[in-house]
Design a protein around this ligand. Sequence first.
Ligand code: SF4
Length: 278
Amino acid sequence: MQKIDFSKIYSYSKLGLFKKCKKQYHFSYLDPVISPIKKQFFKPRDYKTKGQAVHGAITLFYHLPKKKRTFEGIKKCLEKAWFSEIDATKAPPLGKSGGFFDLEHERRVYKDSLRQLKNLLKIEKNPSLFYVPAKNIWESFGDYEDMIKPLGEGIMISGKFDRIDRLEDGSLRVIDFKTGKENGSFFQLEFYKLLAELNFNNKVSHVSFYFLDSGRIKDFDVAEKDSSEIKISILKKIDDIKKTKGFFPMPTRLCDHCDFQEICPSFNKQNNIAKVFS
Ligand code: SF4
């Protein structure tokens, strides 16, 4: 089997990381020493465990026969999907490996995850499913590999879709589930539209964010959006990355969530200054 060169593949989150912090991007994808072992730097975080568990539960739920797609059904799916990103073999309670301080903290996050899944069941009954991720949520990288498509000379794009529906007119609607804040950029919508059209050879007319915390859906009509323009805009962003010479730290409050704090020169400098004045 041909080996995939992941350095040539760009996802929406990879492009987003470059915008957020060039140093973090470099650690993650370019640094010859750090990037191959980046998983060793991953820190368990409660919101990551929750996000992955809710997404995993939804995937398992859609693989159930229709008559089992009930609240009890999704609850069982959440129990199965409750695992640690850094140690998938650990049985619940996940404790520190899930980013939890104690059992009470873990129970609180679990209950909130269940509440979000309840919201999903409230906002829709029988979606017309066209695509859902593979059932093996514990090794979901295959979903990403399956979606790799060439975009330009030696450049590919990929990503993971949460769900795609087929609409009555035969076009597709890409859905992204959000377990955190109500955000999501227009570029994300465009990226998903292009990636889905390349993979499924079918027009994407709508892209929707499902904000599971509030149970709100934000739907965008992208039928008229020209896919060749989206392609140009993605290639431009990739070109900007390739032309970059200095991948400097870009410290913001988001540093608190960065896995590379201990090796980031900027973070350590800031912290040492803080130690003096605190
Ligand atoms: S700690 Fe902050 S500045 Fe340093 S790599 Fe991470 S996000 Fe960038």
